[in-house]
Write a protein that binds this ligand. Structure first.
Ligand SMILES: N[C@@H](CCC[C@H](N)C(=O)O)C(=O)O
Length: 290
């Protein structure tokens, strides 16, 4: 019998990135990989990322978030999911700022930008090859040479890589449809250079303030938006002098504003969070969980 039965959930989205928030505060329950896959396979609880909300670990924070991808893998960061949880908790408490905690650290969140938008301080990016992590040493991760399959090699190559709480590879292109990301994504996500796999993006710089982006997410596949990919693309574009440090990143689901702040190097991500419906988890939802 699942320990999750009768726990409240909120089905949300951040620019179409499907987020399921499961409230486990006040319990010692933990979502297993099999339970996550079972929930993701259902139309009412389908998600790209599940945000399991636990009691705070650090005093002064609003909660600890365990993050699971649709394939059941646990990860350290999810930008769109963080905005969704922050929005839910700020509305619940009638406040306009709070701090959430993940395996990657503390995230300061505030109601900001346009009405209904949330800003998250995603912290400072990391660029060292071992921090991404990469399998072998690269002195400069602004551009790395990758051996890619014969079909895609002439079309996409030499990505920038960054860790913004999770690993990302950004391929710079003139045309976001130059390769079929649904086909190339799984091969690149599992490329031997990425020992923990990676999120894979195609990025087109359209002005010094604007990037368009398509993302193949590790553990979730093609999604309508990925907040951390937008952050990774923005900092990589600024590092390679393609843009300035304040950009709009437009994903299939819509735009995010990303500011890479001078001084402390922190990335500020601003965008919407939308509540679709609420419910309670039932035994039937886990009948086929492995
Ligand atoms: N959609 C998320 C990223 C979720 C985690 C990612 N798939 C990973 O495995 O690192 C976002 O909005 O950042």
């Amino acid at each position: 019998m699942s320990a999750l039965i009768d726990r409240p959930y909120a089905k949300m989205n951040g620019l179409g990135n499907e987020i399921l928030v499961v409230d486990l505060r006040g319990t010692s329950a933990r979502v297993t990989a099999g339970e996550a896959r079972a929930l993701s396979a259902r139309p009412d609880t389908r998600f790209d990322q599940l945000m399991a909300l636990h009691d705070p670990l650090t005093p002064g924070t609003a909660g600890f978030m365990r993050i699971l991808n649709a394939d059941g893998s646990e990860v350290s960061a999810c930008g769109n999911g963080t905005r969704c949880v922050a929005d839910l908790l700020m509305r619940e408490a009638g406040i306009d700022a709070l701090t959430l905690e993940t395996k990657a650290g503390l995230l300061v969140c505030s109601a900001g930008g346009a009405l209904g938008e949330v800003t998250v301080d995603m912290g400072a990016p990391r660029f060292g090859w071992a921090e991404i992590p990469l399998e072998e040493e690269f002195a400069d991760t602004r551009t790395i040479e990758l051996q890619i399959g014969p079909i895609d090699a002439p079309l996409i190559h030499s990505p920038s890589v960054a860790n913004v709480g999770n690993p990302h590879a950004i391929f710079w292109v003139d045309d976001l449809d130059v390769v079929d990301l649904a086909r190339a994504g799984p091969m690149l996500e599992n490329h031997p250079i990425f020992p923990e796999r990676a999120n894979i993006s195609l990025a087109k710089v359209t002005s010094p303030e604007a990037i368009t982006l398509k993302v193949w997410e590790r553990g979730a596949g093609l999604t309508l938006a990925c907040g951390t990919a937008a952050c990774a693309a923005a900092v990589s574009a600024a590092r390679t002098r393609r843009t300035g440090r304040d950009v709009t990143v437009t994903l299939p689901g819509g735009p995010l504003r990303i500011v890479w702040r001078e001084g402390d190097d922190h990335i500020l991500m601003t965008g919407p969070a939308e509540l679709e419906h609420r419910g309670r988890l039932t035994a039937e939802m886990f009948s086929e969980a492995a």
